[in-house]
Design a protein around this ligand. Structure first.
Ligand code: CP
Ligand code: NVA
Length: 305
């Protein structure tokens, strides 16, 4: 097994499902307030080059609740890629800590961190992907639906890091994944190609949200301008007209379909308030499940389960 977790498809389908199963057992222990301290005596370094609520809180709380100590390093502490060479800070952190989670801009930087760190490195989001989010998302789908059979996921909006992680998951678990985005905002072409050529999922990239949402089990969206692209928001707002997830769009999906969003959301932009607050919305389960799934990922990487 790989030392790090940088892409969801670093693991095969069997390992992904085993980690999801472990996450449900860890979640049950939390619910029962069972004493379970597998991370006792261990430290987690958390390096952030971008803002975060969920990623920081879920990693820090989860690691602490399982007996360990997590250290938050803000964008101005490490200044990744600026203050010193990545290969230096990677080896330094490896001398102090047992595991490292990083949220960075440049995807190449996390690959370099992992190459030089002697300890497991977890990707807490880069411009390219967000594997912990997608693990929590597929766990949430499984929890709500009971199975992943004949799953149709419709993603409406920007072809961003979340989409790349869905596409990479589709190389490991079979699904029908449709991304509806405005022309010019499609996901990375090589990642789409890889997902198609893996041959286990059906992949569509379209510009019609209605086509994507029809008979979907999941309707998913994310912000139109990700971190690092916020200055493009006004322009994107014009280009993304018609891509808001509304109740009318949700009505095209299956009656029992879930609405999902990784959060943070811009209510009234990529999704209406009504959809966010609807019965179909499982956004807060997704947020909670980040913690349980990440605990399972860390248990696996630290060989504690
Ligand atoms: N979904 C997610 O990663 O949220 P944060 O940016 O708040 O960590
Ligand atoms: N696509 C968003 C996800 C935030 C969790 C971003 O990168 O800002």
């Amino acid at each position: 097994m790989k030392k790090d977790f940088l892409h969801v498809d670093d693991w095969d389908g069997e390992t992904i499902l085993a980690v999801l199963d472990l996450a449900s057992r860890v979640k049950a222990k939390f619910a029962a307030r069972e004493k379970y301290l597998p991370f006792e005596g261990l430290t987690l370094a958390m390096v952030f080059a971008k803002p975060s609520a969920r990623t920081r809180i879920s990693f820090e709380t989860g690691f602490f609740r399982l007996g360990g100590h997590a250290i938050y390093l803000s964008p101005s502490d490490i200044e990744i890629g600026k203050r010193e060479a990545i290969k230096d800070i990677a080896r330094v952190i490896g001398r102090y800590n047992d595991i490292l989670m990083a949220r960075l801009f440049d995807h190449e930087h996390i690959i370099e961190l992992a190459r030089y760190a002697s300890i497991p490195v977890i990707n807490g989001l880069t411009d390219y992907n967000h594997p912990c989010q997608i693990m929590a998302d597929i766990f949430s789908v499984l929890e709500h639906r009971g199975n992943l059979d004949d799953l149709k996921v419709a993603y409406i909006g920007d072809g961003n890091n979340i989409v790349h992680s869905w596409l990479r998951l589709a190389t490991r678990l079979p699904m029908h994944f449709v991304c509806a985005c405005p022309p010019g905002y499609e996901p990375d072409r090589d990642t789409v190609e890889k997902a198609r050529s893996a041959g286990i999922s059906t992949i569509e990239i379209v510009d019609d949200p209605g086509h994507a949402a029809r008979d979907a089990d999941v309707v998913y969206t994310d912000v139109w301008a990700s971190m690092g692209k916020k200055h493009e928001f006004e322009e994107r707002k014009k280009r993304f007209q018609g891509f808001t997830v509304t109740s009318e769009l949700m009505a095209l999906a299956k009656p029992e379909a879930c609405f999902m969003h990784c959060l943070p959301a811009q209510r009234g932009v990529e999704v209406t308030d009504q959809v966010m607050e609807s019965k179909a919305s499982i956004i807060f389960d997704q947020a909670e499940n980040r913690m349980h799934v990440q605990n399972a990922i860390m248990l696996k990487l630290l060989k504690k389960a």
